[in-house]
Design a protein around this ligand. Structure first.
Ligand code: 5GW
Ligand code: MN
Length: 370
């Protein structure tokens, strides 16, 4: 009896085990396909880092629905509205200049999608003094009529609250443009102070990455990361939306790429060879879909750290890493220098409107001893 039982058991095991194994393999196979279909695939940037955050696929970005009731000027297929500038990259990403788009049409497409835009801004140490103008002008020009949430990273949270109070409650409640208009939300994220810009700079990417992972994922659609020492002077809105968005630096856009201040030492992960490069992009403004900016921040931070281990610091810190990243991962939308000018620079004729511009600052006055 016991012998028979034993036989039965071992035979059962011999049959059931492989069946279970097969079932397990089938399950994991199906699950993997299901997950990759529902969420984004695991991101493995060419630059070596990896990101394990899953994002729900954003469907609305690929599907543009216009209002049937809106009347607007006929677009021409033979006559460009801007012939003095280039409005498309060789990889067919639009380059946004004033006059190339219809803001009413764009807003009418994006408003029903109920998109939300996060903006990050760092105000560490004395840089808090720029916050008031930055926020007040963002209120007037940055995605007016859309859900905007500004995240202020600072080691002086009290000063941000003073800015809020001084504004007399009127500020950060957008003027009622129409019923769809909503207030600009503000969240203060406390961060430790630092005397070393290199440290602040390195942490910027890390903090952006963490913010996306912990707070924004599944709550926001787009994110823009901006310098605080700047003001808005004109519309910055839906025309700037894209998967990966870069801004052309105002200082170099007429120069040969050999003159771009890329990192030129091959030992650095930010290295760009002399005959490579498309445009020189700003470190002071970039953005896009959450998952794209997450991947960018993760890669730049990883590369920054790899360099630091070897005792290398790229020529323009994170701006150099951003430029290396954008050379390999082409931006899907490029914003003209209208989107980050410098107050000290006279306006060039092709720049018909300055939307966002760095203020003139007294370095000795605001920067910690480096
Ligand atoms: C910047 C340079 C040297 C030492 C410290 C800083 C610094 C930068 C700082 O002490 N606090 C700070 O919040 N920042 C953040 O980094 C600001 O958001 C600032 O806009 C951004 C980039 O630094 P900027 O604006 O001085 O760099 P540039 O190239 O626009 O002049
Ligand atoms: Mn700046």
């Amino acid at each position: 009896m016991s012998f028979k039982m034993h036989l039965l058991t071992s035979r059962t095991v011999a049959v059931i085990l492989p069946v279970l194994l097969l079932l397990g393999m089938l399950y994991s196979y199906i699950w993997r396909h299901y997950r990759d279909g529902i969420f984004g695939q695991e991101v493995r940037p060419a630059d070596g880092s990896s990101s394990r955050v899953d994002f729900t696929i954003v469907n609305h970005w690929f599907h543009l629905v216009a209002s049937d009731y809106l009347e607007y000027q006929q677009p021409s297929i033979v006559q460009g509205s801007r012939t003095d500038v280039v409005t498309v990259t060789p990889w067919l990403a639009p380059i946004v200049w004033e006059g190339t788009y219809n803001p009413e049409l764009l807003d009418s497409i994006y408003r029903p999608q109920n998109i939300s835009i996060a903006a990050t801004v760092f105000a560490v140490g004395k840089y808090t003094k720029f916050l008031r103008d930055f926020l007040e002008t963002a209120e007037q020009h940055f995605f007016v009529g859309f859900k905007v949430h500004v995240y202020v990273f600072t080691d002086r949270p009290k000063e941000v609250h003073q800015v809020k109070m001084a504004s007399g409650r009127q500020l950060f409640k957008r003027a009622a443009v129409d019923s769809a208009s909503s207030p600009l939300q503000l969240t203060v994220v406390p961060v430790p102070g630092s005397n070393r810009w290199q440290e602040i700079s390195a942490r910027r990417m890390e903090l952006i990455q963490t913010l996306i992972e912990e707070k924004l994922q599944n709550h926001m659609d787009y994110i823009f990361c901006l310098d605080v020492d700047s003001k808005f002077h004109g519309r910055w809105g839906t025309e700037s939306l894209g998967a990966l968005v870069a801004v052309i630096h105002p200082g170099y856009y007429r120069d040969d790429r050999s003159k771009f201040p890329y990192e030129r030492r091959p030992e650095s992960t930010a290295y760009v060879a002399p005959r490579k490069g498309d445009f020189y992009y700003c470190g002071g403004a970039f953005g896009g879909l959450l998952q794209e900016v997450h991947r960018l921040a993760n890669t730049c931070r990883t590369n920054f750290e790899a360099d630091a281990k070897k005792g290398i610091e790229a020529a323009w810190q994170e701006e150099s890493h951003l430029n290396r990243y954008m050379l390999i991962n082409k931006p899907t939308k490029v914003l003209s220098p209208e989107y980050l000018w410098q107050d000290f620079k006279p306006r060039n004729p092709e720049v018909r409107i300055i939307r966002f511009s760095g203020v003139i600052k007294n370095y000795a006055d605001i920067r910690p001893n480096v």
